[in-house]
Design a protein around this ligand. Structure first.
Ligand code: CP3
Length: 369
């Protein structure tokens, strides 16, 4: 039997909602909540040599930037400051972030020989991530004093493979899809290694103190129906099967977010995850009708709403809460954006969003008695 016990925390709304337990109001956190839209993030980044990896590989800086959004906003969870691409970097692909560019790999996977060399990396190479997790937990406080729970994360095997084969971001996924259709055997081999690496990585984060874990399948939605199930979902499932469901007697919720995954919600919910993250293209009420008796739902405000006026942000928050349907306690909604927050977001609008989620959902709870 898996324990349903939750750790004692000053604020456990997020963990409760993940397990569809009653909450006083809807919890909220934001994908990429620590980042360049915050001036204090940019200041810490400068101290770290104006480099993203300088921040991510230094546990002290990683802790500082993880806590920054919590000091500004009434967020209900912290998320480890790191990146999904740390895993292929540890596999030897040579990650770098050029100034003003996206991520780049010096040694992308091009052929059969590159695939043959691929292996689950020694987790010691990722020690800086686990040290950051432990350091963030200390900064959040201990026992009943802990401010909010800490979420750990990884990319999905497929999403990591996209970067590993393309060598960086892509508009058309031509290289990775060419490999998938021409040499499915090689693609399956990459995905197997990725899945086992991701499982080991997430389990090590849990052991270091992550209290929930999230798999980002950011590019699952670029796959054809059928290909998604075989090349993305099957390997997310392979990760989930290996993940610790509890640590030190406390339940560790598992979240799966597939951008563009609206067509496949039932299949995603059937993987055995606790929470399905959805983007803004799906109506929350219909998502809930399709899978809400199995899993909690996380999402799904369009991040671009944050460019509107405060009253409009509040109205869109209200619309999102209402779309989830009657907010009976225990309904299992974790409010979030449908994808990461933009670096151009006005910080004050984030306060408007977070406060509106709490206030409006609390009011709805009261109205329903
Ligand atoms: O949510 C958080 O606050 C935690 C931190 C976090 C980052 N990346 C920090 C980051 C998380 C959860 C991620 C995940 C991630 N990284 C994903 C999955 C989520 C998604 O957005 O779909 C992906 C696809 C990546 C890969 C990645 N990392 C890209 C494409 C980029 C460049 C994009 C950009 O905005 O420049 C990164 C760099 C990155 N990771 C930044 C941050 C805050 C930009 C940081 C900087 O240059 O200072």
């Amino acid at each position: 039997m898996t324990s349903t016990a939750l750790p004692p925390l000053a604020n456990d709304r997020f963990l409760r909602a993940c397990l569809r337990l009653p909450t006083d109001c809807t919890p909220v956190w934001l994908m990429r909540q620590a980042g360049r839209y915050l001036p204090e993030y940019k200041a810490t980044r400068m101290k770290a040599g104006n480099s993203f990896m300088g921040l991510a590989t230094n546990p002290e800086y990683a802790t500082e930037v993880t806590i920054q959004p919590l000091d500004r906003y009434a967020l209900d969870a912290a998320i480890l400051f790191s990146d999904i691409l740390t895993v292929p970097d540890a596999m030897g692909l040579g990650l770098s972030f050029g100034a003003g560019e996206g991520p780049k790999f010096a040694h992308p996977i091009k052929d059969e020989a590159d695939v043959a060399k691929l292996a689950v990396p020694d987790m010691d190479k990722l020690r800086y991530v686990f040290d950051a997790v432990a350091s963030i937990r200390r900064a959040l406080g201990s026992g009943r004093e802990q401010r909010v729970p800490l979420i750990g994360f990884s990319g999905s095997p497929w999403t990591l493979a996209c970067y590993m084969v393309e060598g960086g971001g892509s508009d058309d996924y031509r290289l990775v899809k060419t490999l998938m259709y021409r040499r499915p055997d090689l693609m399956h081999r990459i995905l197997e290694v990725n899945a086992d690496a991701v499982a080991a990585y997430l389990n090590a984060q849990i052991e270091a103190g992550a209290q929930a874990v999230m798999v980002f399948d950011s590019w699952g939605g670029v796959l054809a129906d059928g290909a998604f199930q075989r090349f993305s979902l099957a390997y997310t499932e392979r990760v989930l099967r290996q993940l610790k469901r509890e640590h030190e007697g406390f339940r560790i919720p598992h979240i799966v977010f597939t951008k563009g995954g609206g067509l496949w919600l039932e299949a995603i919910a059937a993987t055995g995850c606790d929470v399905v993250g959805i983007d803004w293209t799906v109506n929350l009420g219909s998502a809930r009708a399709r899978v809400g008796n199995k899993v909690a739902i996380q999402g799904n405000l369009d991040p671009n709403v944050l460019f509107a006026e405060p009253e409009q942000v509040r109205a869109e928050v209200a619309r999102t809460l209402e779309s989830f349907g009657a907010l009976r306690p225990g309904a299992g909604h974790v409010f979030n954006l449908g994808h990461g927050i933009s670096q151009h977001t006005p910080p004050d609008n984030v306060s408007v969003l977070v406060d509106a989620v709490h206030e409006l959902s609390r009011r709805q709870r009261v109205a329903q008695g």
